[in-house]
Design a protein around this ligand. Sequence first.
Ligand SMILES: Nc1nc2c(c(=O)[nH]1)N[C@H]1C(S)=C(S)[C@@H](COP(=O)(O)OP(=O)(O)OC[C@H]3O[C@@H](n4cnc5c(=O)[nH]c(N)nc54)[C@H](O)[C@@H]3O)O[C@H]1N2
Ligand SMILES: Nc1nc2c(c(=O)[nH]1)N[C@H]1C(S)=C(S)[C@@H](COP(=O)(O)OP(=O)(O)OC[C@H]3O[C@@H](n4cnc5c(=O)[nH]c(N)nc54)[C@H](O)[C@@H]3O)O[C@H]1N2
Ligand SMILES: [Mo]
Length: 782
Amino acid sequence: MLPEPEKPTVATHWGTYRARWEGGELTALDPVAEDPDPSPIAGSMIDALNNPSRILRPAVRRSFLETGHRAGGEGRGAEPFVEVTWEEALDLAAAELDRVRKSHGNGAIYGGSYGWASAGRFHHAQSQIHRFLNTIGGYTRSVQNYSYAAADAIVPHVLGDKRGLVSRHTSWDVIAKASGLIVMFGGAPRKNAQVSSGGIARHIVGEAIATAQKNGAEIVSVSPIRDDTVGDPDPEWLPVRPTSDVALMLGLAHTLAIEGLADRAFLERYTTGYDRFEAYLFGRHDGTPKDADWAASRTDIPAETIRALARRMAGTRTFIMMAWSLQRADHGEQPYFMAITLAAMLGQIGLPGGGFGFGYASVNGIGNDVPEMSWPSLPQGNNAITDFIPVARIADMLLGPGETYDFNGERRRYPDIRLVYWAGGNPFHHHQDLNRLRHAWQRPETIIVHESWWNPLARHADIVFPATTALERNDIAAASRDRFISASHRIAEPAGETRDDFAIFTGLAARLKVEEAFTDGRNEEGWLRHLYGIARQRGSETGLDLPDFDTFWRTGLCLFPAPAKDRNLLDDFRDDPETNPLPTPSGRIELFSETLDGFGYDDCPGHAAWLEPREWLESPAAIRFPLHLLSNQPKTRLHSQYDSGSHSRAHKLHGREPIRMHPDDAAARGIGDGDIVRVFNTRGACLAAVRLSDALRPGVVQLSTGAWYDPLDPAAPDSLDKHGNPNVLTRDEGTSRLGQGPSAQSCLVEVERFEGEVPEITAFDPPAFAARPTAKTVEREG
Ligand SMILES: Nc1nc2c(c(=O)[nH]1)N[C@H]1C(S)=C(S)[C@@H](COP(=O)(O)OP(=O)(O)OC[C@H]3O[C@@H](n4cnc5c(=O)[nH]c(N)nc54)[C@H](O)[C@@H]3O)O[C@H]1N2
Ligand SMILES: Nc1nc2c(c(=O)[nH]1)N[C@H]1C(S)=C(S)[C@@H](COP(=O)(O)OP(=O)(O)OC[C@H]3O[C@@H](n4cnc5c(=O)[nH]c(N)nc54)[C@H](O)[C@@H]3O)O[C@H]1N2
Ligand SMILES: [Mo]
């Protein structure tokens, strides 16, 4: 038995909270006192437990229940569902998994199941689904993520590994103490640092920026959006044209080079290939020097401003920060390659407060001082299938089985997928060009989903299993980017007939005769005690003192002191590059990479370069679609999570997702504040409600991600989305042959006032349910 907690605690991706009861009723989640800057996102978690969009019982798409996988995928997202018993749903899903693996092999099961799921080390849906699919013989997986796929591919070619991207960042503390100038490409949006995958004890970005400013650091925010970065005083704002940052950095680099401000000694000792880059910078082969004037015409930042900034950067201890957003664009590898190149020219890499780092406010915890502790997670076992796809190529895979594609030096072939299984992610949130995805989504024979709400993913499934939420089960959270471990206590009864992912997979495993292998003979409590035991053991090896399990469980949050040592990216390399070489072929920072060059990709050459995006304000498409759409992260939720909850809905406008627009752009189109508009391009269209704002540079509109896709006619292809999901507009093309990452930020649109009757939002209603088909029509393969 688990002991009774003193103050029940809930651990989420947006923070740690204590449950409050009033009159016997669970009324609120109060942030823990240790958190200096808590997030209000949790405000939705209680009311969403039982809102009308909650999935309460297993359900099957009607024609799939009638004829099984031969039903075809055309009706997905449009047909009604039939609610069935758990026995029936589990039997059906187990039979489908068995049929597909026997007739087509396990490689025909796509279990990439990308997504953030919920915090918690045991009930982590991705770990659960992968462990389960491995137990039944494996699955085709995905690699990378939607967050920084292009960076994930390019940074190791330059630095040898992913330091500065996912680990070993210079700490905020050091930056706040030692930097004179922080240049933030993409700003440092505190709204994004509300979250961190796996959980948070303390939100640190607000404190960090305030301390840096108090110590005299100047901040320059390079972004199409001003209020990305808030500070006191207001940071300087360089309203760059979207996706032109590489041109800006080339202009800075050119100024450094011709004014004798580049650190030649650093380039000589610590890098390789600078000469090849410089030949490009000076235009020795193409006749075009990438000077400040050249940069000005692309970025719309005056040449004098660029020159002055270059001189300032060379004249003081300068830290270059870059948000992950910049690489979620056509040729997204290049801003990252170029940021490292620019930092190398400044020669401050490895010095306190100098150099570069990525994603500082993209999530909380980048640059946090944390103990070096590897927290245990549910073991996933081994995947007998070696095949994979780059995660954002899912629609390409479903539409083109057998077709070839390039990826990071490999020539690969897409597998032929028959069954898609998803738990803990929402492709109808995260993927680009949703109309194309809907088309691709018709291809598989069978789609099985675990979800808690009737969101667009659940609506586009054949078999839907209703999953519990974090409030309805016991778990343990601990994150690599923070310094805590916390219990997450069950504070609510599971709604309806919902079950944990673990219980659902256990039911399937029993039917497929692998129950013991899947559960390892443990139930929820057994796993929690087991995982905590490993954490305690590793803690004692690392110098972290963890209490015994029962004390831990009663207390909830357990916060550790910050380690005393300063962290400075690449300081060991700077101290002694011979003893501490980088794991690159040369052992140095590769400003020209022979490996990359050898791939022969024209969309990702051997050195950083300006490669004109296929879609931006200077491309021919801007004549018809003259506004650049930025689909950034939403302030009021995590992606699509809790969009049906009160906090997210309170911030909509007339029930629709707000699109921010500059007053001049609105006036030119006869649009006023609060108007409902149609946002469109050749890929799709959605409605949204206009919020005027001069915090955007003119020509840029901003529609955050996460509004549940809500087609006007679910049976029609390319239907208008009524709600404001930007992914009906975004491009579904890889960043380059190297990274194949998502390129959502390269997106042009036009906006017009919506005339006529405004359709109602139906995204938060359950789908239509049908009565069970009569026995005569049921004919399923044995
Ligand atoms: N246009 C555009 N698109 C983008 C981005 C962008 O910047 N612009 N950003 C991209 C990025 S960086 C990311 S990371 C992705 C995010 O994409 P996702 O991570 O796929 O989005 P989420 O809404 O977090 O999806 C998580 C889903 O899991 C469900 N869930 C939560 N807990 C559980 C559980 O315990 N069990 C089960 N079975 N389900 C659970 C939630 O209800 C939710 O539907 O979006 C990407 N898409
Ligand atoms: N509240 C909340 N926070 C989140 C998330 C969420 O859903 N909700 N999602 C989390 C996830 S999964 C991730 S990966 C991170 C993503 O973190 P980021 O990728 O850093 O976040 P974005 O909001 O997409 O972009 C940040 C800012 O970059 C600027 N920007 C966009 N395009 C350009 C450009 O071309 N040049 C320049 N200079 N700036 C540009 C925009 O002004 C934008 O507001 O956020 C995380 N944080
Ligand atoms: Mo992400």
